[in-house]
Design a protein around this ligand. Structure first.
Ligand code: 5GP
Ligand code: MN
Length: 346
């Protein structure tokens, strides 16, 4: 068994032309970056520096502390705090690389407008459905578990894995691991494990990577999880569950941004569950409720989120937002679950 090429000969030529022609490269990921977003930017940063480029990696906003240990993560520019650095980087760049999102909107409107106005050629590497961005080259593989998996495959096709470093492999493994819940979902394709064996060949410590990501809770985070499960989880009809969280509750447990990561997965651990929904007040925008959904098997979270929560995503993991009170958002959830009754029970 071997990994077959994913890039056409034309795509290889185009990407080589774009990268060879660039001295400076700017990387972007989506808002509220996760392990795959930071992991793919980190791997691309290290790779492009190995190829002699000057690289600036930009995240639209703050990202969780438990991703800071990833090589190069501490130097990621946070756009909402340093838009002048973004403008400088965009003014000078020869190439824009967009990682782990399918449409510029996922960077937020302000950043999307700036990136779209930039005249440098653009490349998108992603694994979300329906890529929609004006790029010279779009490498989109929704069947893959993560952007990090797509990026590794691109690196293989380009010959850039000759000299693959353990730091690059660590970043790539992190994104593959986090987007699959440590290979608990979206990870049945044999190719994933062929790819991982290449990463392990660089000598990375995958057990340590696991602990760096998943064994990092503060006491407050641990107690918050207990509280949300014991006090706040509501069972909905048709094998669905809802957890809600206000900013007052967040403050009570002294948890940082990103600390709610993973909460939405917990209700699915109950036998027979099909759908979990997590509503939380946005920490920066009053009146905005962030929505996360997770499902098992064929239930389409992306359709649910597109129809009811102004969002989208993957079949088993999607999100969105609602501009309303928590009580009204709960009503929307109840309506959504009712509308999807058939899909929840089939
Ligand atoms: P999370 O629940 O972890 O925030 O997001 C899970 C997945 O849902 C993300 O990987 C992304 O694909 C998708 N997603 C989250 N929020 C949004 C949104 O506002 N719009 C769209 N289109 N997708 C989203
Ligand atoms: Mn991803």
């Amino acid at each position: 068994m071997t990994l077959q090429p994913i890039l056409s000969a034309e795509a290889v030529d185009e990407l080589r032309r774009l990268v060879d022609g660039a001295t400076r490269v700017v990387l972007f990921c989506h808002q509220n970056a996760d392990g795959d977003a930071i992991g793919s930017m980190a791997a691309a940063t290290l790779l492009l520096r190995r190829l002699g480029k000057t690289v600036t990696a930009i995240a639209p906003n703050n990202f969780p502390d438990f991703l800071q240990w990833i090589p190069t993560a501490p130097e990621v520019v946070q756009a909402d705090r340093m838009m002048n650095r973004v403008d400088e980087a965009l003014a000078e760049t020869d190439l824009v690389l967009m990682l782990d999102f399918n449409t510029p909107k996922r960077m937020g409107d302000e950043l999307a407008t700036r990136v779209l106005a930039c005249e440098a050629p653009k490349v998108m590497i992603d694994h979300h459905l329906d890529p929609d961005a004006p790029c010279q080259l779009t490498v989109s593989h929704p069947e893959m578990c993560s952007t990090c998996e797509v990026l590794l495959r691109v690196m293989l096709d380009m010959g850039w894995t000759d000299g693959l470093t353990a730091q690059e492999a660590t970043a790539l493994y992190t994104g593959m691991m986090t987007d699959t819940g440590n290979f608990a979902y979206a990870s049945n394709r044999p190719d994933i494990f062929l790819a991982i064996s290449i990463l392990l060949g660089t000598g990375i410590d995958k057990d340590r990577i696991y602990r760096n990501i998943f064994y990092t809770y503060s006491e407050g985070r641990m107690r918050m999880m207990g509280y949300l499960l014991y006090v706040k989880m509501q069972m909905l009809p048709h094998h669905a569950a809802l957890i809600t969280m206000t900013n007052d509750e967040r403050r009570h447990f002294h948890v940082k941004n990103g600390a709610t990561e993973g909460i939405v997965n917990l209700p699915l651990q109950m036998e027979g569950m099909r759908l979990s929904i997590f509503l939380r007040e946005d920490t920066e925008q009053p009146g905005l409720i962030r929505v996360s959904t997770r499902s098992l098997d064929d239930f389409p979270c992306n359709e649910l989120c597109a129809e009811f929560f102004n969002g989208g995503g993957h079949k088993n993991a999607a999100g969105g937002s609602l501009r309303m009170s928590m009580d009204d958002a709960i009503q929307v959830v109840q309506k959504a679950v009712k509308k999807y009754e058939e899909k929840l029970t089939s």
